[in-house]
Design a protein around this ligand. Sequence first.
Ligand SMILES: [Cu+2]
Length: 472
Amino acid sequence: MQRRRFFAHALAGAATLAAVPVARAALLSLPEPVSRSDPATAGPWMPPGVTGAGRPYRPVVTLNGWTLPFRLRDGVKEFHLVAEPVVRELAPGMSAHLWGYNGSSPGPTIEVVEGDRVRIFVTNRLPEHTTIHWHGQRLPNGMDGVGGLNQPQIPPGQTWVYEFEARRPGTFMYHPHADEMVQMAMGMMGLWITHPRRPHPWIAAVERDYAFLINAFDITPGARTPNVNTMLEFNLWAFNSRVFPGIDPLLARLGDRVRVRIGNLTMTNHPIHLHGMEFEVTGTDGGPVRPEARWPEVTVDIAVGQMRQIEFIANEEGDWALHCHKSHHTMGPMGHGVPTMIGVDHRGLVHRLQRLVPDYMVMGERGMADMGAMEMPLPDNTLPMMTGHGPYGPIEMGGMFTVLKVRRDLGADDRNDPGWYRPPPGTQAQPVQAGLQPSHGPAAPAAPRPAPAPAAPIEVHHPTGGHHGPHR
Ligand SMILES: [Cu+2]
């Protein structure tokens, strides 16, 4: 009892001072750490029987991620994060040896309500020291997590505790502020969502609330561990440490108001582009944006270290692309040194080269679209440059790309992938039929023209015929 009381006192003191190590005796009372390595999107998590200090909220869905359960003790929400090496499947066919939290990279999402008192235990199971910085939060300076500045770094094997009040509603993140370049290149980061305590004039109620972090890795084809010194030449562009086609789709019922919270922890900016509907930026890591300060967009550039919260009404049915608009960021690993081969005549060269390099193949003499369908010899544990199949063939993407699926027949909160969209007849691009004339073309020339040769019958391909059934 005395030990426990001492522990409580230590924590009460800590709340006004700084992150502190947890005494060995107190480890017994730590919340059991919860771990999850499954890369599938977990359903939204609501604390059983607890809504915290605030009103019930609509929980967020972390794309290919999950929300960390907490323990409520004396009115404080207690979380336990474990910084540790993890194995993350980036997409089917490739796993990476990363660092993360509680079995996954990114770590689990922390989801609380404005005004909640939050206590986070951090156990360091990495081979080197770490800290956690709570990006965007109002908190006591000693809880800000900058190693050397606000606290000593947390040595391997120790558990430290942070405690503060979640003062502002909004979209935030957490990441180390210790050996940052290495630890973030290895995948250490997570989301933090603070829901408003009461109806907020600048925060709309939404039917769907999604969140993900943008991250990037440089993993040599065939290897599993990121190169941690890379500054610009990353080759795996990810949402929540997943690359297309490993990124789950976002689902919405026709008419839903949808919020997507996106944070960027890479080394470059990412213009995130949504097809089909325009959106507004309704919040940043600085908090909700006043409605009169918003404007419509279809692309939002997210700079390094920024978070953007976009919202739209999903009132157009279909499968709408959601992706980074930097075309290299929707590609898998590629050789930047490959020369442009468009127009080069390779005839007679290939078999001579293959005597020297057995795997040699001609690439790109007609553009690179062929690569989307190509079975190339790749090292083990390596993703192709362009991949992913849709109902009409290769999607020719490979990085920061996913699909927003808007459906009329989806139930409220239904999270089952409805498969690919089938456009109603007459609403899809299709090949032109032979003999078809433009209906509003220019006036016919006065000069006589030679009679056209009889047109050969042209087979009309109806793209809907290629439907491959629901995609899982
Ligand atoms: Cu990008």
